[in-house]
Design a protein around this ligand. Structure first.
Ligand SMILES: NC(=O)c1ccc[n+]([C@@H]2O[C@H](COP(=O)([O-])OP(=O)(O)OC[C@H]3O[C@@H](n4cnc5c(N)ncnc54)[C@H](OP(=O)(O)O)[C@@H]3O)[C@@H](O)[C@H]2O)c1
Length: 280
């Protein structure tokens, strides 16, 4: 495979860090994004990558990040943007931008970043890979007029909605841009032993933060290998643009809202309005 320019968020820990380590030594240029300066620098030094930090709970950080990445890639374009940063959090917390944190970190921030990097992605006829979750099917039910879940919040519902938004966003990118060369996909990485749920009051803490994790969860290397498989894959050959995968398996076991094209479009319009960009 020719050398590619790969932007990977959530690269400072867990699945993203594992994928970055596995991609180190490949001919690809890696641009790693994390929130923690110390953790991101350490992975970047270990893997010989460029690195950036941004707190996705601040949309100004995301705007600045997009500018720095655009400068760094110059005329090369971006072959792959892996929107992997995310997680499940605690109580209903508004960000400095006024949005519920789970929805902002998992969906609104990557939605903004991807849109700001669309010229670079389209130039390279690139791919957007969204790390979603089986939680989209178990807990998600989106109301575009209440993306913050102001009416009935739970950490699981907020997470399910945000991960459902990852699937709908990949579908919309496919609908809008695939005929013009861009591809997009969403996937569940497996139930992976990482730092996931560390800051959460969700019942999921039981699974991720107690000795149960040694019995029930797969290692970060396996989750990272699945992310790497999408990053290095060829759309239309390895995986299908517009689809949702359970690990590497194409599945029809999805939330029924995934097949609602009108919802996907209204989520796009609403997200664009919230982050202050023109809708396509
Ligand atoms: N683990 C699982 O079983 C599982 C299952 C389904 C889906 N997923 C998804 O997989 C992705 C990676 O999660 P993981 O399991 O690898 O968890 P993790 O070990 O907690 O890693 C999360 C990554 O996201 C970054 N991140 C978190 N909050 C951020 C913020 N406010 N701004 C910018 N970056 C932020 C973290 O950065 P810092 O470390 O620098 O703070 C870290 O790099 C997430 O999207 C998650 O929803 C995980």
């Amino acid at each position: 495979m020719p050398a590619q320019t790969i932007v990977l968020t959530g690269a400072s820990d867990g699945i993203g860090a594992a994928a970055a380590r596995q991609l180190a030594g490949s001919p690809h240029r890696l641009l790693l994004v994390g929130r923690s300066v110390e953790k991101t620098r350490a992975i970047a030094e270990e893997t010989g990558s460029d690195w950036f930090t941004a707190d996705f709970a601040r949309l100004d950080d995301v705007r600045a990040l997009a500018g720095k990445i655009a400068d760094a890639v110059g005329d090369d374009g971006i072959h792959t943007l892996a929107n992997n940063a995310g997680g499940i959090f605690g109580d209903q917390t508004p960000t400095v931008d006024g949005f519920e944190k789970t929805m902002q970190v998992n969906h609104l921030a990557p939605f903004l970043l991807t849109n700001l990097l669309l010229p670079q992605l389209r130039k390279a006829e690139g791919a957007v890979i969204n790390t979603s979750s089986i939680g989209h099917r178990l807990f998600g039910h989106i109301d575009v007029d209440d993306l913050d879940n102001a009416r009935r919040f739970s950490p699981n519902k907020a997470y399910g909605d945000a991960k459902l938004a990852n699937v709908l966003f990949a579908k919309s990118l496919h609908t809008k841009f695939h005929a013009r060369g861009l591809s997009a996909v969403a996937f569940h990485p497996g139930t992976v032993r990482t730092n996931f749920a560390a800051d959460s009051s969700s019942i999921m803490r039981l699974l991720y933060r107690t000795p149960l994790k040694h019995l029930m969860l797969i290692g970060a290397d396996k989750g990272g290998a699945t992310l790497r498989w999408f990053i290095e894959g060829t759309p239309g050959d390895t995986w299908f643009s517009g689809a949702y995968y359970d690990e590497r398996t194409l599945t029809t076991k999805v939330n029924p809202q995934v097949n609602d094209a009108a919802l996907a479009e209204s989520l796009w319009q609403r997200s664009a309005e919230l982050v202050g960009i023109p809708a396509h």
